[in-house]
Design a protein. Structure first.
Length: 184
């Protein structure tokens, strides 16, 4: 259950080389992550921070592609989209509502995006998942709220496609009702 020091040093070294080849001096390694629970598609990753935007992301070895990859574009775009939609979520779903935005981890590599000359997610036909966690039981007006949220995303040029998932939890953290969602 404890990380292997040699494996941590190995991922650190691989990530240093990867950053040197793909990023500039605005990015720094600051820690490692050991996934002893199988939550990720890797066992070890390096934690990296963009010193300019404070975006934190992971660099790891992808066993499928047999190469180093990073989550920078996915994490940066999620942070950008969240800042654009947070006011709507708080106003319409409540102050204590949480959200998580997920872009495919390797979307930057898939789309061939240079992390130094970063572009906006709005320039691509991407379909992120927006998970909204509402601290209450399901309400009759929730479907209308989600429809209004999707209209807001499209009409305000925030996002044209994606998925919205709603889940309900009690203050204790207990899941209350079945989650549901809509693709758009």
């Amino acid at each position: 259950m404890k990380p292997d020091k040699d494996e941590e040093e190995k991922i650190w070294s691989l990530a240093e080389a990867y950053l040197k080849d793909n990023f500039n001096d605005n990015f720094e390694l600051y820690d490692t992550l050991y996934d002893n629970m199988g939550n990720f598609g890797f066992e070890y990753a390096a934690k990296v921070r963009d010193k300019k935007t404070n975006t934190q992301f992971l660099v790891y070895y992808d066993d499928e592609t047999k190469r180093m990859v990073d989550t920078y574009i996915a994490d940066k775009w999620a942070k950008d989209l969240e800042s654009e939609i947070r006011p709507f979520i708080k106003e319409n779903f409540g102050e204590t509502t949480n959200m998580f935005i997920f872009f495919n981890d390797t979307i930057g590599q898939e789309l061939g995006i240079d992390p130094i000359n970063l572009t906006s997610y709005k320039e691509f036909d991407v379909k992120p998942t927006i998970r909204i966690t509402v601290p209450r039981k399901n309400s009759d007006g929730d479907e209308k709220l989600v429809d209004e949220f999707i209209s807001f995303l499209r009409n305000e040029d925030k996002l044209q496609h994606g998925s919205v998932i709603i889940e309900y939890i009690a203050e204790s953290g207990e899941i209350l009702d079945n989650e549901w969602g809509k693709d758009f």
